[in-house]
Ligand binder design. Structure first.
Ligand code: SME
Length: 178
């Protein structure tokens, strides 16, 4: 095992922060995440680095992270942001809806989403992408913003692609073990 820190060998995305299109930003973020997780088998380390990379490089976030299916509910996983609700029933809130329907939820105004669970009062808009493996929901990726309508179809497509890239790098049986 090589214990050098690979993060130091990966170019950061900082120079890209100003003035690039959303599409170009997501292309760079996707590549960055691939470099962070490739060759690393530890699911917890990988989910933690992905949450951190997204939080650093998607504009106007106040929370980014994962909920993992544990038994019949979603339980808080690796994230960046303020401490959050720990357990969410499938079918409840934006996360539970994405998990139940296995369809991404783009919520431009959280106050208009029936049953939205307010973990951080600053959150105004939200996007949740379900993580489905072998037909089963194993978790969700959740991003919150203090800006109204911070997410659109482009964010949805890009984050779904990032989730698909991530799937083979996570031991989902271990990550969802109760
Ligand atoms: N707002 C989410 C709860 C999770 S927090 O945003 C981190 C929901 O309604 O499911």
């Amino acid at each position: 095992m090589n214990y050098a820190c690979p993060v130091h060998e990966i170019p950061t995305l900082e120079p890209l922060a100003l003035g690039i299109s959303k599409n170009d930003r997501y292309i760079a973020l996707r590549r960055y995440i691939q470099l962070l997780i490739e060759g690393e088998p530890d699911w917890l380390a990988n989910l933690a680095n992905v949450a951190a990379a997204i939080n650093e490089h998607v504009p106007a976030l106040n929370w980014a992270g994962f909920y993992l299916m544990r038994g019949d509910e979603l339980v808080l996983g690796p994230f960046q942001g303020r401490p959050a609700c720990i357990r969410i029933a499938v079918g409840r809130g934006v996360c539970g809806t994405a998990a139940a329907l296995q369809v991404s939820q783009v919520v431009p105004d959280v106050t208009a989403f029936p049953g939205h669970i307010a973990c951080d009062v600053r959150s105004r808009s939200e996007i949740v992408v379900p993580i489905v493996v072998g037909g089963l929901t194993v978790g969700v990726l959740d991003l919150d913003s203090a800006k109204l309508a911070n997410f659109d179809i482009e964010d949805r497509r890009a984050l779904e692609t990032i989730v698909n890239d991530l799937k083979p790098h996570i031991d989902w049986a271990a990550a969802t073990r109760v």
